[in-house]
Design a protein around this ligand. Structure first.
Ligand code: FAD
Length: 406
């Protein structure tokens, strides 16, 4: 007799896999160490769940093979996800920058819709139970559970996440089993994490939030650039603009890294025009800078350029004004690292995508095994990319799990 398709992890990837597998008529069993499904999904998007992004593109993911991601997103992309969410009762809207949320703006309603859909699909739920090890004995998997029992399964989908935010359930405990089964493991490091920096020079700006272009340099060479919102804290920088760069930092321990912030990334031309119109007046340069920057910023930038806070624009030479603008377009922060797994949204590292077929999410190495979600070495930027990846990989694994080539 066939054993139920067994899915380890009831996060977004595992729940989606379960629903699609159940649609094929298969018996499905979903195991999670938490008391409830979708524990991490509940806290996403600050409780609002940024589910996907209208501008979904494979090249935005940090994954070793963009073509792999293109295949997966063709199989189940943004519009497929919106349609699936709609079917299970999650209605969505997009912000002007393409970030998609439930209309309820509540992750809780999303989790409730999933939980209800799992019930309707008659998925067998095994909650409050951890899988301790996965072994393969001839053609069958043997799963040892935290309850002391052992389950057998012909087909297993591992959707156990990575190592980010361990208090919500994912601690990377099954990676050693995956290694024993023959998979390789890229080192796990925090990604989408706050960045720690030497903040002494910027103490006066603690708590300030603004939009900026953030550029990451290693020994003066540009590594990567993002644009977005960020906040200055006592220990460093936080917010999407720097979180999107954080895996570049955590994968370079010991490197000499500098972040340069440009809060004038989309207003420099307008500022220059304003300065030239007021050039002969005694308007303080601080006031002119204040037309495009938050008010706390100009006094600090002028002081770093060596000018009094209220220096009139007509008392400065052209090169002095240039110096003040340069201070404002490349605010330098010496990077000391990133905050740990407890503070990051996802982990980079895990099983390399080359070991999984994106057409069906099956392991290329272990027959009967599929791997989905954050267990794989894929990191998307902020904006719904990571949940889209979890949903896409889960959907494809679930819809293909029962096809005959197994
Ligand atoms: C604070 C925060 C905010 C975020 N906001 C967003 C956002 O707005 N948009 C976005 O796209 N992404 C966001 N993310 C990232 C997103 O949550 C993850 O990409 C996504 O949850 C990964 O889904 P997953 O199903 O692969 O793993 P997970 O959600 O981690 O689920 C894995 C599940 O497996 C279970 N499990 C693990 N090991 C075992 C085991 N041995 N036995 C049994 N069960 C096990 C865990 O309990 C867990 O429930 C955020 C993350 C955090 C931490």
């Amino acid at each position: 007799m066939e054993t139920p398709i067994t899915i380890i992890g009831a996060g977004p990837a595992g729940m989606t896999a379960a629903l699609f597998a159940a649609r094929t008529g298969a018996q499905v069993r979903l195991i999670d160490g938490n008391e409830q499904v979708g524990r991490k999904l509940l806290v996403t998007g600050s409780g609002r769940a940024n589910l996907t992004n209208q501008r979904m593109e494979a090249r935005r993911y940090a994954c070793t093979d963009v073509a792999w991601m293109e295949v997966l997103l063709k199989r189940f992309g943004h519009s497929d996800l919106i349609a699936f969410l709609r079917e299970i009762g999650v209605l969505t809207f997009s912000t002007s920058d393409g970030w998609c949320y439930p209309i309820s703006e509540s992750a809780q309603t999303v989790v409730e819709s999933f939980a209800h859909a799992l019930r309707l699909a008659k998925v067998e739920m095994v909650l409050n139970t951890k899988v301790v090890t996965i072994r393969k004995i001839s053609n069958e998997f043997s799963l040892v559970l935290s309850t002391g029992t052992t389950l057998s399964a012909d087909r297993v989908i591992v959707a156990a996440g990575g190592k980010a935010y361990p208090t919500l359930g994912s601690r990377g405990e099954l990676f050693s089993s995956l290694k024993s089964l023959g998979h390789s493991l890229n080192p796990l490091v925090p990604a989408l994490a706050p960045v720690t920096c030497e903040m002494n020079p910027w103490k006066a700006l603690t708590g300030l939030r603004f939009d900026a272009r953030a550029s990451l340099y290693e020994n003066g060479t540009l590594l990567a650039e993002t644009t977005g919102n960020l906040i200055l804290t006592e220990w460093g920088l936080n917010g999407p603009a720097v979180m999107d760069l954080s895996h570049q930092i955590s994968t370079r321990p010991g490197a000499k890294l500098e972040l340069r912030l440009n809060p004038l990334f989309n207003s420099e031309a307008e500022l220059r025009d304003l300065i030239s119109r007021k050039r002969s007046t005694d308007t303080p340069l601080r006031v002119l800078l204040g037309s495009v920057l938050p008010p706390k910023l100009p006094p600090v930038l002028l002081s770093r350029a060596g000018y009094p806070a209220d220096v009139p624009v007509n008392s400065l030479k052209d090169e002095q004004i240039e110096k003040a603008i340069k201070q404002s377009t490349a605010m330098p922060f010496k990077v000391t690292g990133v905050r740990g797994f407890e503070y990051c949204q996802v982990s980079a590292g895990g099983v390399p995508v080359s070991e999984v077929d994106p057409v069906n999410m099956r392991s290329r190495l272990v027959r009967g095994l599929s791997l989905v979600g954050e267990t794989l070495d894929v990191v998307g930027p902020c904006g719904g990319y990571n949940l889209q990846f979890a949903f896409s990989s889960g959907a494809v694994a679930g819809m293909e799990i029962s096809t005959p080539s197994y």
